[in-house]
Design a protein around this ligand. Structure first.
Ligand SMILES: Nc1ncnc2c1ncn2[C@@H]1O[C@H](COP(=O)(O)OP(=O)(O)OP(=O)(O)O)[C@@H](O)[C@H]1O
Length: 251
């Protein structure tokens, strides 16, 4: 079943200083099925973050539509956007974005507290903490943790509401290769548990964990690569080939 439909999305930015316009997205069109793990790749400036921000309702498209479970995001009123994000989306960013004044436990609880939906929070936390391997960290503070540990906590915070869609922007960008691999294995597990994931990344290695990779160029999806029966290693080779052929050598 289609969870997310991005229909002919266009986003134009008007420059503040000149009358020139920047066409960040020209015509982006794709669908995401429930349970898919999709990576979005493209050169710097190709519009990946713009696309993610539009899906996250943090930015408004100039034209086109985004539908989550057939509901058009354009119909959401500004005052309802924060609640929409809280109730339907999970976010994982490159720089973790945890609150240093809250313990790990309270960081993870935060979306439930904001949604006034704290019933059964202890069981939810216990389940996630086990899955994420952070059971011993719950009473610590973010500044006491390594980058990899902080990202685990951020994933816990993103997943505690059981969001329909997990949006990730360079989730391994600030991590060393060992921690990045651990986080990617966690995404694999989440995916196996049925979580739908959309991940923007520059990293072929990260993208090789996805079931499908969308390559963005000139404001459109100009190529898609399906994992199919390929191993991670074979997918990595295929992604690097696609990048070399289609983007002109970016790795
Ligand atoms: N708020 C803005 N105002 C004006 N132009 C913008 C704005 N945000 C993005 N752009 C422009 O839109 C285009 C796409 O930017 P975007 O950040 O989406 O690219 P990206 O693929 O995410 O790049 P990177 O990989 O470097 O993060 C770029 O030309 C950028 O300069």
């Amino acid at each position: 079943m289609t969870l997310l439909a991005v229909n002919h999305l266009k986003k134009e930015y008007k420059s503040k200083r000149s009358t020139q316009k920047v066409l960040a997205l020209k015509d982006v069109d794709f669908q995401v099925n429930e349970g898919e793990f999709i990576a979005i790749m493209g050169e710097s400036g190709s519009g990946k973050s713009t696309l993610l921000n539009c899906i996250a309702t943090l930015d408004k498209p100039t034209a086109g539509h985004i539908l989550l479970k057939n509901d058009d995001l354009a119909n959401l009123k500004d005052k309802d956007l924060a609640a929409f994000r809280r109730d339907h989306l999970g976010f994982v960013f490159q720089d973790f974005n945890l609150l240093d004044t809250l313990s790990v436990k309270d960081n993870i609880y935060l979306p439930l507290v904001l949604a006034k939906n704290t019933k059964g929070k202890e069981e939810k936390l216990a389940h996630l903490a086990k899955q994420l391997g952070i059971e011993d960290l719950l009473n610590k503070y973010p500044y006491e943790l390594s980058g990899g540990q902080q990202q685990r906590v951020a994933i816990g915070r993103a997943l505690i509401t059981k969001p329909e869609l997990l949006l990730c922007d360079e989730p391994t960008g600030a991590l060393d290769s060992k921690n990045a691999a651990d986080i990617l294995n966690l995404f694999d597990e989440c995916h196996e548990n049925g979580q739908t994931i959309l991940m923007v990344t520059h990293s072929s290695l990260s993208a090789s964990h996805a079931g499908r990779v969308l390559f963005i160029k000139d404001g459109t999806v100009f190529h898609q690569l399906y994992r199919g029966d390929k191993s991670e290693q074979e997918m990595l080779v295929a992604i690097n080939e696609a990048m070399t052929n289609l983007l002109g050598g970016q790795s």
